[in-house]
Design a protein around this ligand. Structure first.
Ligand SMILES: [Zn+2]
Length: 306
């Protein structure tokens, strides 16, 4: 059974009518997995304790978010109205990415049905990201015996700016970001490896450039663990991405990452990352490619549950 990490709160926090954030996609994806009877074992995370955030985040920033006293202008940069439930949801999803790491270390691979808050920096959040789960998860992985190097592979269409900066001070965390060169955020600090792609890059071009960079990043950093952000906002119909990749391209990308890590026996903790459509149901088959890729790669004889 493929370990997946999920909590109902992922799709249940207050947002104003018409907000961009695809709140329902997490629930819809979980329902799809259940309806298809895919063989998964669900693990439910608990809130990460506030004090764990101090490892990578500024104490004043954390306290302001916890107490709801972050100035409005800084909340606007994050893009959510503050609420107690928002905070609980954020801390629960951080706990979820760490739980995904634990399951990946135990079973080789695990998927988190949210996560990928790569725009969260040391002392500010932005782009729907309060705290950086990818760096916290890498830090957590490094506390395990035998894990001395973690590679974060960020395939979300947006550059992983917060992740890049936070990893710069820790030589045990390497970062690889493949993204659209003319998209949010405008300032893109250096990852260890960056692959900026022009607006309109199609499936063939995407894979042509991505696959050798994937091999390069792994050969260069020889990670003991990979954290994979499988954002589907590279899809041609995405409302916040400007690439032109089809669903089959997303499937090939996910399968290339998982196959490479599987064959090298590098455990993978994957998060589903970004994906933005007004019709949130249309995101489900795109994110589901990651689950199918994981099942086919790690459980090649799998079949749907009776
Ligand atoms: Zn994104």
């Amino acid at each position: 059974m493929l370990p997946i990490v999920y909590h109902p709160i992922y799709s249940d926090f207050p947002l104003p009518e018409g907000h961009r954030y695809p709140l329902q996609k997490y629930r819809l994806l979980r329902e799809h997995i259940a309806n298809e009877r895919w063989p998964v074992a669900e693990h439910q995370p608990t809130k990460l304790p506030n004090n764990r955030l101090h490892a990578i985040h500024d104490q004043d920033y954390v306290n302001a978010l916890v107490t709801g006293t972050l100035p409005l202008v800084k909340m606007r940069r994050i893009g959510f109205p503050w609420s107690e439930v928002l905070l609980t949801r954020s801390l629960t999803s951080l706990g979820g990415t760490l739980l995904t790491v634990d399951n990946a270390l135990k079973h080789g691979m695990a998927v988190h049905l949210t996560g990928g808050y790569h725009h969260a920096h040391h002392d500010f959040g932005s782009g729907f990201c309060l705290f950086n789960d990818l760096i916290l998860a890498a830090d957590h992985a490094l506390s395990h015996e035998g894990i001395d190097k973690v590679l974060i592979i960020d395939c979300d269409v947006h550059h992983g700016d917060g992740t890049a900066v936070l990893a710069q001070t820790n030589p045990a965390i390497a970062t690889f970001s493949v993204h659209c060169e003319k998209n949010f955020p405008s300032r893109k600090p250096d990852s260890d490896l960056d692959l900026p792609l022009p607006i309109g890059t199609d499936t063939e071009q995407y894979l042509l450039h991505f696959l050798p960079c994937l091999s390069l990043a792994i050969a260069q950093h020889q990670p003991d663990m990979v954290i994979y952000d499988a954002g589907v906002d590279i899809h041609r119909d995405d409302e916040l991405g400007y690439l032109n990749v089809c669903q089959e391209g997303i499937a090939k990308r996910d399968r290339a990452v998982l196959r490479t890590c599987h064959d090298l026996q590098i455990p993978v903790a994957a998060v589903i990352g970004g994906g933005y459509r007004t019709d949130q149901q249309a995101l489900v088959p795109l994110h589901a490619e990651l689950i199918l890729a994981a099942l086919d790669t790690y459980y090649p004889n799998w079949s749907p549950l009776p």
